[in-house]
Design a protein around this ligand. Structure first.
Ligand code: ZN
Ligand code: MN
Length: 131
C-alpha cells in the first residue's frame, strides 16, 4: 500500500514536470493544473501545488518573482533572464548573454561568493506597447 502511494506520487510529479518543461509560457500553478488534468483527470489543485513546491525545493524547477501576482513556474533551469509584461502578464525568456562579471563584482562587494544571480525586466511586450 505504502509503495503504491509512493509510486503514484512519483508518477504525478513526473507528469507535472513533463508538462512544465513542454511549455515556454511560464504558467501559474492554476494554468499548469489545467494542463496536467488533461493527463491525470482525477488530480487536485492541492496536489499540483504541493508537488510544485517539492520540485522547487529539489532544484528541478524555478519559481519566478510573483510580486502582487500569482507565481510563475519555469522548467528550464539553464540560466536566463526574463521579461514580464505588466499588461498581458506574459513572461518571456530573454536570449541575452548572462552577465558573468556581475557575480565577481558583487562577490568583491560583499567579501563573499556569488553563486548565481537573477535579473527580471518589466514593461510592455510588443503586442501591448503598440509600437
Ligand atoms: Zn503584453
Ligand atoms: Mn524562462
Amino acid at each position: 500500500m505504502e509503495k503504491k502511494i509512493q509510486r503514484r506520487l512519483t508518477k504525478q510529479r513526473r507528469i507535472i514536470l513533463e508538462e512544465l518543461r513542454k511549455t515556454k509560457s511560464h504558467p501559474t500553478a492554476d494554468t499548469l493544473f489545467k494542463l496536467v488534468r488533461r493527463r491525470l483527470p482525477r488530480i487536485g489543485f492541492g496536489t499540483v501545488y504541493r508537488n510544485l513546491n517539492l520540485l522547487r525545493e529539489e532544484g528541478e524547477i524555478l519559481e519566478l518573482t510573483c510580486g502582487k501576482y500569482s507565481c510563475r513556474y519555469d522548467g528550464n533551469m539553464e540560466p536566463h533572464y526574463h521579461f514580464f509584461c505588466l499588461r498581458c502578464k506574459r513572461v518571456l525568456d530573454l536570449g541575452i548573454p548572462i552577465l558573468k562579471g556581475l557575480d565577481a563584482q558583487v562577490g568583491e562587494k560583499i567579501k563573499g561568493e556569488v553563486k548565481y544571480h537573477r535579473i527580471d525586466f518589466y514593461g510592455y511586450c510588443r503586442e501591448c506597447s503598440g509600437r
